[in-house]
Design a protein around this ligand. Sequence first.
Ligand code: HEC
Length: 372
Amino acid sequence: MTVKSIVINFVCLFIVAPVASVLILWGCWVLIPDPPPPPQTSAAIQTQTFIRSAPHTPVSGRTVYMANCARCHGASGDGAGTEKLDRPARSFLAGGFSFGNTPEAVRRVVQHGIAGTPMPGFGRVLNAQQTAAVVKYVIAMAPPVPAASGDAQLIVADRPLVVRGMLSARGAWEENEPRGVMLGGTDGLTLSYGVRDVQFRAARQGGFVKRTDWEGRGGTPLSPTGRLIHWVMPNPVFTQNGVAIPAQFLGTSTSGGAASLSMKLPGATIRESGDAITHATQTGYRRTLEIEGDASEIDMALPSQGALAYLGQSGPWQWWRDGEDLVGAKGMASYGDQTLRLPASGTVEIIVLPAADMSSAAGEGIPIGGAT
Ligand code: HEC
């Protein structure tokens, strides 16, 4: 034997042969079809079959929701979970996704959370299927909103709408309000509020809102499409012994034709809603505050642009004049030049007749006095 043939024999015996036989064995294993499944005679076999196909089993959005979200957002999605938070988690039932209601926008929120709020990101907890399933589940909880994409315009049709997002500054004296809410009633009235301390900002009539950043994170303000009929100066709304007490926003709801928001003050909760009204011949709007608990220590500033003067009483209403506008109120415990003292509980109504016709108002019994 030459050295060359020894080397060849060696290579064949110890390298080529084992590799070849491994390849042949592997080929047999891959190519030979699986034995046909045994007849499914027992439950055990069925269970096994089910487990093997698990990766293709649809993930239940409800299961993911109950396990990960319900403790904050509530089992029914009403925002009333068991977890104590410094602010309410979103009620999905009222709609109003401030970060967008497309699957893509909601997925982003669920994956990344919302900075500066208790809403955590689930990017590391949920896989893609689980995320998609819970996003679908959460969107389906909300009332149907006209599909919003691009610069969608929302119009209130046969049910009230709530939308959250950034509100534009009303003048040079203030900045954009990043946390705002707009309530749109079926009567065409839109009321906007800053959410942080629940400050009423403006009333509009006509359209509702157009938003351009459903896919973003509230980077551009909502643009209301209704006509501005009234706005108020950004002053503290509620005070106790002369000290401002910011109201805590609790959430929004819709019932009947109106949307409402709820807020918490020391000792009391207030639910506020609005509607368009006609007082005698003057058109305007009314805000109705339903008070529960005991608010009898709390003063509320009348909505004003800074020129309030008390006029007098007419029937159940007390009246003020504010520049071109008339402001009426009833249901309060008492009143001052600029403020109302809230009752312990019950209903306070505030009506505003913007740009009122003073002479016909005088003819209709509103105590305009000498003012014309
Ligand atoms: C620890 C409490 C907590 C948990 C758990 C939680 N959330 Fe939230 N979530 C919040 C809070 C609080 C907010 C409101 C944040 C804010 O102030 O804007 C919120 C907001 C949201 C929003 C934004 C709504 C909007 O306005 O656009 C979505 C969507 C959402 N949560 C989905 C989920 C889903 C889905 C889960 C479960 C996978 C979940 N959340 C679990 C607390 C929680």
